[in-house]
Design a protein around this ligand. Structure first.
Ligand code: NI
Length: 169
């Protein structure tokens, strides 16, 4: 396993539409385990492949129930449908440094995806789990949560980010 570098906004790879995965081999399993390790190291609760520079359709999502548990599921070629209800809650992203904002998401959603062997799965996600999956699937479409906030908030964040990046130099 290896920890990968997480790419941050405004890098263009975060805007690419991820390609569908058609080969289910050891390389894919290694990618998933690297993504899991990278996510927990950050630490985060979800990670899409674009975020480590690979625009392919795989995300990992934390499903641990205990505080020190590290359990995640990989979702390959995930598709969301039948969104129901809505909820506004605070979101952040490992690729959007030093920022959180309230984002509206479906409260409940149907998820269709494949596992690392290409086997189809289908389940209903709710609440926090549904939010994480919607956020990660957005990444595969080149969308970031800051695309879902007001223009004013976004322009304030851009200013803040400029300052942060200047200080880092
Ligand atoms: Ni994110």
């Amino acid at each position: 396993m290896a920890i990968k570098k997480i790419i941050t906004y405004p890098h263009p790879v975060l805007r690419e539409k991820a390609k569908k995965i058609t080969t289910f081999d050891d390389e894919l399993k290694k990618l998933a385990s690297d993504m899991g390790e990278t996510m927990y190291n950050a630490p985060g609760v979800g990670l899409a492949a674009n975020q480590i520079g690979l625009p392919v359709q795989i995300v990992v999502v934390d499903v641990s129930r205990e505080k020190d548990e590290k359990k995640f599921i990989p979702l390959v070629n995930p598709v969301l449908s039948e969104g129901e209800g809505s909820e506004i809650d605070e979101e952040g992203c490992l690729s959007v440094i030093e920022y959180q904002a309230k984002v509206k998401r479906f409260r409940k959603i149907k998820v269709t995806a494949q596992d690392l062997d290409g086997k189809e799965m289908e389940f209903i996600a709710e609440d926090r789990f549904a939010r994480i999956i919607q956020h990660e699937v957005d990444h595969l479409n080149g969308t970031l949560f800051i695309d879902r906030i007001s223009r004013l908030k976004l322009s304030l964040y851009k200013k803040k980010l400029k300052k942060i990046l200047r200080q880092k130099k």
